[in-house]
Ligand binder design. Structure first.
Ligand SMILES: [Zn+2]
Length: 143
C-alpha cells in the first residue's frame, strides 16, 4: 500500500500528493513559512516598544486588558557579571516578544529569578502581559 494519497490543499484548494499528512501543498507551505517570518520580524519590532515594570501598575497608564502570564528564559550566565546581564537581556527580549505576540503593550509585576541548570545559572523573567492606555491627565486637571 502506498502512503501517498491525493489531498486537497486547505489553503488554495489545489490537489497535491500528500507525503506526510500535510494538509497544505508545497507552494502554500512555502508561503506560510514566509508569512511566519514576516510576522516574527514585525513582532520583533513591536517588542522594542513594550513597557516593562516590576510594579503591578504603571504610573500614568490604566490597564485595559489582562492577557496572561508569560516568561522569558535567558541562557546560562557565566561567572562574570556581564554574562548575567546578557542572560537577563535575552530573557527580557523573549518576554517582550511573547507580550507583543499576545497583543499586549506592557508587562507588569515582573519577577526576575535565577534557576540552576546543570550547575550554571539561567535567568527567568515572568510577568503579566497587559494592554495599557495612557491616562489623559488634562482631563483630570480640568475637573
Ligand atoms: Zn495550496
Amino acid at each position: 500500500m502506498f502512503s501517498r494519497s491525493i489531498t486537497q490543499c486547505v489553503r488554495c484548494g489545489s490537489e497535491f500528493k500528500s507525503t506526510n499528512n500535510k494538509d497544505t501543498c508545497l507552494n502554500c507551505r512555502m508561503l506560510e513559512e514566509e508569512e511566519e517570518l514576516e510576522v516574527a520580524s514585525k513582532l520583533k519590532l513591536e517588542s522594542k516598544n513594550i513597557l516593562v515594570a516590576t510594579t503591578p501598575i504603571l504610573d500614568g497608564y490604566e490597564i485595559e486588558e489582562y492577557l496572561g502570564v508569560e516568561s522569558g528564559v535567558g541562557p546560562s550566565g557565566g561567572i562574570f557579571y556581564e554574562d548575567f546581564e546578557e542572560s537577563k537581556n535575552i530573557a527580557f527580549e523573549e518576554l517582550k516578544f511573547k507580550a507583543a505576540a499576545l497583543g499586549g503593550n506592557a508587562v507588569i509585576g515582573i519577577d526576575i529569578d535565577y534557576i540552576e541548570i546543570k550547575s550554571s545559572l539561567n535567568t527567568i523573567v515572568s510577568g503579566t502581559v497587559v494592554k495599557v492606555r495612557k491616562i489623559n491627565r488634562v482631563d483630570t486637571l480640568s475637573v
